[in-house]
Design a protein. Structure first.
Length: 119
């Protein structure tokens, strides 16, 4: 049974930082692409960041240079470091597993964690 459990969301002031973490189980983590998506109210779910098995990363234009994604294969975790947060970053953030560089959206999803950025 695949489980992706996110943590680290919360309320932060604009300009602040947060770190999200996702603990994975039930998948061969070291050979699985991992990503973060987000969905704001009334909007479609969108890719935030992706990291491949080999460490190649993809970022949405809106977060490039502010967000960092990294993985720890030994701990089976993928983390998203978010700096210089803006109110428009407010959304539910979802961990995703199973994607590739060409198709970052994998088949497995976490339950999501709320990030709220106050202006």
């Amino acid at each position: 049974q695949v489980q992706l459990v996110e943590s680290g969301g919360g309320l932060v002031q604009a300009g602040g930082s947060l770190r999200l973490s996702c603990a994975a189980s039930g998948i061969p983590f070291s050979s699985t692409g991992m990503g973060w998506y987000r969905q704001a109210p009334g909007k479609q779910r969108e890719l935030v960041a992706f990291i491949s098995v080999g460490g190649f990363t993809l970022f949405a234009d809106s977060v490039r240079d502010r967000f960092t994604i990294f993985r720890d294969n030994a701990q089976k975790t993928v983390s998203l470091r978010m700096n210089s947060l803006k109110p428009e970053d407010t959304a539910i953030y979802y961990c995703n597993a199973g994607g590739t560089v060409r198709a970052p959206a994998g088949r497995y999803w976490g339950q999501g964690t709320q990030v709220t950025v106050a202006s």
